[in-house]
Design a protein around this ligand. Sequence first.
Ligand code: ADP
Length: 236
Amino acid sequence: MIKVKNLTKTYRNGQEALKNISFEIEQGEFVYCVGPSGSGKSTLFKMIVKETEITDGSIQLNQYRVDRLPNRHLFMLRRQVGIVAQEDLLLPHVSCFQNIAFSLKVLGLGPKEIREKTQEVLELVDMQAYQQRLPEELSIGQRKKIAIARALVANPSIILADEPTANLDIKSAVELMKLFLKIHQKGTTILLATHDSTMVNSIRQRVLELKHGHLIRDDVKGGYSLFSDPKDVYVW
Ligand code: ADP
C-alpha cells in the first residue's frame, strides 16, 4: 500500500519537481505512471524509497511513514520495495546468478536458501539457462529480466519499475510486460513509469499522469491519453 499526501519536492537549486500531489495505491494494484520527460516520475520513485528528501507532504508505505523514517531504519523500508532502475545496475564482473543471490546474501540468508530462492526467480523470469553468464553476455531485454529477478528475489510487496521497456524492440518489450503481469498476478503491487503509449494503451491498467510536477490524471480505466489512437494497440 502506498499513500501519498500533498507531496512536494523542490530541489536545492529551486527546481520544483512535484507540486502537492496526492494518491493512494492498494496492495496488489498495477499502476502506470506516465508523463513527458521532466514531469517528475523519477523524483516520485526516489521519494518513495527515501533516496531523496521529501520537501513537504507525506508518504506512507505499508507500515512506514517514509517522511518520518530515521535513516537508520531505511533498510526496513527498502526491503519492502524491489527496484528496477532505468540504468543497468548489475554488477559487471559476476554471473547473473550471483547478481541475484547478492541481494539475499546482504540479508544474511544461508547458502541453501539463497540457492533455492535464486533458482525460483530465475525460473519465474525464464532465465535459468543464462544464469552462469556475465551481464555483458546478455541482450538488453535479458539483462532487464535479470534486474527484475534481482528486484523480486527478497519477495518485496511493491515493485517500482522506471521505464523498463525503454530501448527494447517490440517483441522484448511485450515479453517484459507479460512478465510484469505474471508478477502482478502473484499479488505484488506494481508501479511502472513509462513513455510507451502503445504499451499503456494495449495493457489497460490504472494510470497516474504527471505534467510539470502536477498530478493531472488518475484514471482507473487507463490509456496513455484521453485521445489515444485506436490503431495504437499491439496485437498479442
Ligand atoms: P522524469 O522522471 O519524469 O523525467 P524527473 O523526476 O527526473 O522527471 O525530473 C523532474 C524535474 O526535476 C525536472 O525538471 C528535472 O530537471 C528536475 N530534477 C531532477 N533531478 C534533479 C536534481 N537532482 N536537482 C535538480 N533538479 C532535478
